[in-house]
Write a new protein. Structure first.
Length: 271
């Protein structure tokens, strides 16, 4: 599974340096002079000045007439308007899933909640020689019929869990029957939390030949998503899958958590 690969095109140094300046200014309060930015970035002052003037012409930075410092403009917000946290977490997880594939061989998916379903954001299905699905990213999975959905529901905050169950119970489909049985659902979620993982053994009619186990990925204040391992049900029982693969799945989930929750680099204070 390639996580980057070499491009036939050379890196555009001007763009790289411009983004470096924007990133540096984003971590500073009150702006900075070209000399200060040159010191922080290691770029030549003339290069910094030229890049700042270009960014100013495009509306991303502004220059203070009083002290020759530059600061970000509101237009930089446009750069992130189309970006979502679940896309960020999937990009972060991709190389870690590639490493996991080498260990477990069976395909794994990273899924996040989207209103009333779990959505596959990143996957190794297309790289696993044991995969039976080649196009899986973007697929919506039912919450109460899959290991991923049950793991999410079991470990998400209580208020969020109640909202999801209420939504599912209001519908009339396969995924809603269990939502309307609070005693059975509560018992299932308690068992899931006790085990530390969600499971599905050929319970989803649409994929009745597969089985899976899934573990939660925790953020600082919310559940980021879940990581699962999918396999052909006849290949092994849930207990065998847990014994063989759960530790590796949990280690990868913990690594994703650590990188996702890692604080941003703190730049030195300007004089």
């Amino acid at each position: 599974m390639s996580t980057g690969g070499e491009s036939e095109y050379k890196t555009v140094r001007g763009l790289t340096r411009g983004l470096q300046l924007l990133n540096t200014l984003n971590r500073l309060s009150g702006g900075a002079t070209p000399s200060q930015l040159a010191e922080l970035t290691g770029l030549h002052r003339t290069t910094v000045r030229r890049l700042l003037e270009t960014l100013q012409d495009e509306g991303y930075v502004r220059r203070s007439e009083s002290n020759d410092s530059f600061g970000l403009c509101l237009k930089v917000r446009e750069l992130s308007e189309g970006f979502r946290d679940d896309l960020w977490i999937s990009a972060l997880a991709a190389p870690l899933l590639a490493e996991l594939l080498q260990e477990v061989v069976w395909p794994t998916d990273l899924c996040t909640l989207d209103v009333d379903s779990m959505v596959v954001r990143e996957s190794t299905h297309r790289f696993s020689r044991l995969s039976f699905h080649r196009s899986i990213v973007g697929r919506r999975l039912p919450i109460l019929m899959t290991a991923t959905g049950l793991a999410y529901l079991a470990f998400c905050p209580e208020a969020e869990r109640e909202r999801i169950i209420e939504l599912l119970a209001s519908r009339d489909d396969e995924d809603s029957r269990l939502a309307r049985d609070p005693v059975a659902l509560d018992n299932l979620l308690r068992k899931t939390r006790h085990r530390g993982y969600g499971e599905n053994y050929a319970a989803w009619v649409q994929e009745e030949k597969i089985a899976s186990i899934a573990v939660p990925i925790h953020g600082k204040q919310q559940l980021l998503g879940c990581l699962n391992l999918v396999y052909v049900a006849k290949a092994m029982t849930i207990e065998q899958a847990v014994a063989r693969y759960l530790p590796a799945l949990q280690r990868t989930a913990q690594r994703i958590e650590q990188e996702a929750n890692e604080p941003a680099e703190v730049l030195p204070e300007l004089p």
